[in-house]
Design a protein around this ligand. Structure first.
Ligand code: GTP
Length: 695
């Protein structure tokens, strides 16, 4: 195929070399390449091999004459467009000229050749050939560009469509046809039903000079398509003849967004609203309540002793209990109440209807009642006790945080008052909580600032009025509040987790103190130390006690560890094991507060103990209550049969002392002999008989 070169090539064909020389002489002015050949065959060979802009072809030639060459050139794609100028000596032979023109010649030159005519015709033909070739090049370029664009339009996943000025569809690429389910040209001129999210039909932007591309989210709906969302860019055509639309189906993206949104506000374990979701729901309800001046109620629920479930049965059982609790809670509520899980074992319920105190109390009672039935989880029968705090809008708080805080305060009160109950928020509760929080804050510094002190309460022998043991008791000197009652700060220590650190300090300090008394007290004097529930369940306890005895040099039989009845009873099998191991190193084990809760004599014989401490509450009623006396007598008798020593706590009067002494109780602890006293006072009493304070 001919390609453009800097100079056009002219092919001269004549069987007479003299003619060729003459023609070459006339045409070779330096502006063109000249190739001269003497036969039709040679001419065709040149034409096939290289680009030629014009052929000057002698008609009369042996073998292949000029007309045949011209005819053959027309048959070949590569040569058919090359202009041919026939040269003939028979300018008057019309038939021959006609044959030449029919064979494809453009024009004739008659011999003898006039140089000016030759020059003019050659220039004309070369000029028109050049223009033709330029057009071909431009056409080819345009075709290539078009093919390129068509390929892009056909392969892109984005829908591209063109609308005319009457909003009729006049072009779609394959993606657009698929997305919109339209098939041009079968459905030409249909307008596209794009809808705005607000519900109205999409308004196409104005065409004109200030027109620009706009991008929107729209919905598309047709007879064959339920509505689905599109991201649409709309550009007015520069000719003002319509619009080009580029769009994508964003259903999947929207679904993902919706899923993410749902996940963001849903609690994965229970499927309830999570904290964020619940807060959103409360905020929406609050703005409605403000507008209509309506009250709201908010319940804050916290499971009772849920940690124990995890600790005893493992996290998976805890999870199942939480899920089961939610199901039961949901069935206790009305469909339109909003329930959320706002923390580990914390839930909240928003009530928008029927929120008088009476109605909300009924609902709270219903929730509590539903929880009295045990759950059967992995073969364990578990009860999910729950404490509920209730706060009201607008009385207890104006926003979500205030309401939740007020409900939380009320819930805390319900816990304080014994759990498995509900409380309505009241302003006094805030003051109590503030005071408690202040105390809690200072408790964190108490250890570092040496504000804790140990006092020792003597355990006096009935037989000799001498001190046989002392119980180490913790006291807290608050720098501003003075002496804080243990009944106030011990629960705070437990709640804060500080109990672990403080308990091991007590144990160590008491053992050291016992060694310091060595010179002045009986060599068998026991130092009794209370073990917290956390310490008792700590795997490392035995190791720690051994290490402590080693460090301080205290003989093991001088250390008595007191564990409350309620701690021991939590898991009898484990307790048996721990008690056994502690006793095996020689330490004495005492059950504290006996008679307070469970008072089951049956399990006593299963527990490897040394000492039984009868609780003060029990002792308090001895004089008045014949039944208590009978029970005390039975307990002491049984304890002796089991080889246990009995200590009565809280003995305050001579009458109580005498009753207990008569029943065979060996040791007495209480104000009757002494309140808890300092280490120095114990040292001063030493081996002396102790005189009752209330003779
Ligand atoms: N199984 C399980 N436990 C959780 C999850 N989230 C938090 N917890 C546990 O729930 C317990 C919550 O304990 P608290 O509320 O502090 O204490 P409690 O034992 O319920 O005691 P009170 O609330 O005072 O009655 C902690 O031990 C957490 O580790 C959870 O998704 N699954």
């Amino acid at each position: 195929m001919y390609t453009e070169t800097s100079q056009p090539t002219v092919l001269l064909v004549d069987d007479k070399p003299s003619n060729l020389v003459a023609l070459e002489a006339l045409l070779d002015d330096g502006s063109r390449n000249i190739i001269a050949v003497t036969s039709g065959k040679e001419a065709l060979r040149v034409l096939i091999k290289q680009p030629v802009a014009l052929v000057l072809l002698d008609v009369q030639m042996p073998e292949l004459d000029g007309i045949e060459v011209a005819r053959l050139m027309r048959l070949n794609r590569r040569t058919r467009d090359i202009p041919v100028l026939m040269i003939t000596a028979y300018g008057d032979d019309i038939n021959q000229m006609l044959r030449g023109l029919q064979a494809g010649a453009i024009d004739y030159l008659c011999k003898p050749i006039t140089s000016k005519i030759l020059e003019a015709k050659v220039n004309n033909l070369l000029g028109s050939r050049q223009r033709q070739m330029d057009r071909e090049v431009a056409h080819n370029e345009a075709n290539k560009a078009k093919a390129f664009l068509v390929e892009i339009l056909n392969t892109t996943g984005e829908g591209i469509a063109v609308l005319d000025s009457g909003l009729h569809l006049i072009y779609t690429n394959p993606a657009a046809a698929e997305i919109l389910s339209v098939h041009l040209p079968a459905e030409p001129n249909g307008s596209l039903p794009f809808w705005c999210e607000t519900g109205g039909l999409y308004d196409f932007p104005q065409t004109g000079t200030s027109a620009r591309t706009l991008t929107h989210e729209v919905w598309y709906e047709s007879d064959s398509n339920p509505a689905f969302p599109l991201q649409l860019s709309c550009s007015p055509l520069s000719t003002n003849q319509g619009w080009v639309l580029a769009f994508q189906d964003i259903s999947r993206i929207k679904q993902l967004q919706a899923t993410l949104k749902r996940i963001a506000i849903t609690d994965a374990l229970t499927g309830l609203l999570n904290r964020a979701g619940f807060f959103q729901a409360v905020a929406a309800a609050l703005s409605k309540a403000q507008r209509w001046n309506k009250p709201l109620a908010l319940m804050y629920l916290d499971l009772d002793h849920f940690k124990d479930v995890n600790d005893t049965h493992g996290h998976p059982v805890g999870d199942k209990l939480l899920t089961a609790f939610c199901k039961r809670l949901t069935t206790s509520m009305r469909e339109y109440d909003v329930i959320g899980r706002i923390g580990g074992d914390e839930f909240a319920v928003l009530l928008e209807e029927d929120v008088s105190e009476e109605q909300v109390s009924t609902i709270a009672e219903k929730i509590l009642k539903a929880q009295t039935k045990p759950y059967l989880i992995d073969g364990h029968s578990l009860v999910a006790g729950v404490s509920i705090g209730i706060a009201y809008y607008p009385d207890d708080g104006a926003n979500t945080d205030q309401l939740l805080q007020a409900a939380d305060v009320a819930m805390y009160q319900a816990k304080q008052d014994g759990r498995m109950s509900f409380r309505h928020h009241s302003p006094e509760m805030n003051a109590r909580v503030r005071a408690r929080n202040l105390l809690m804050e200072s408790l964190y510094q108490a250890m570092e600032q040496n504000q804790f002190e140990l006092l020792y309460q003597p355990q006096v022998g009935v037989a000799d009025n001498c001190i046989h043991g002392v119980e180490a008791l913790l006291r807290w000197h608050h720098p501003d509040a003075g002496m804080v009652s243990p009944t106030v700060f011990i629960p705070l220590l437990e709640e804060s987790g500080l109990i672990v650190k403080v308990s091991s300090w007590i144990l160590k300090a008491a053992c050291k103190q016992r060694m310091l008394w060595n010179q002045s007290v009986s060599e068998n004097l026991t130092i009794a130390v209370n073990l917290s529930a956390k310490q008792f369940s700590d795997e490392l306890l035995i190791h720690q006690v051994e290490q402590l005895l080693d460090e301080t040099g205290l003989p093991a039989h001088c250390l008595e560890l007191e564990v409350t009845e309620s701690t021991i009873i939590q898991n009898i099998a484990t307790s048996q094991n721990v008690l056994k191991r502690l006793r095996s190193i020689g330490v004495k084990m005492a059950m504290d507060d006996f008679g307070t809760g469970y008072s089951s004599l049956a399990y006593l014989k299963q527990l490897p103990l040394d000492v039984l401490k009868i609780d003060r509450l029990f002792v308090a009623n001895l004089q008045q209550d014949e039944r208590d006396r009978a029970i005390a007598r039975a307990i002491i008798g049984l304890a002796h049969e089991l080889g246990l020593t009995v200590i009565a706590e809280g003995v305050e009067s001579k009458e109580q002392y005498e009753l207990l002494a008569n029943m065979g109780c060996e040791l007495i602890q209480g104000f009757y002999f002494s309140k808890p006293i300092s280490s120095l006072e114990i040292q001063n009493i030493g081996l002396k008989r102790i005189i009752p304070q209330h003779p």
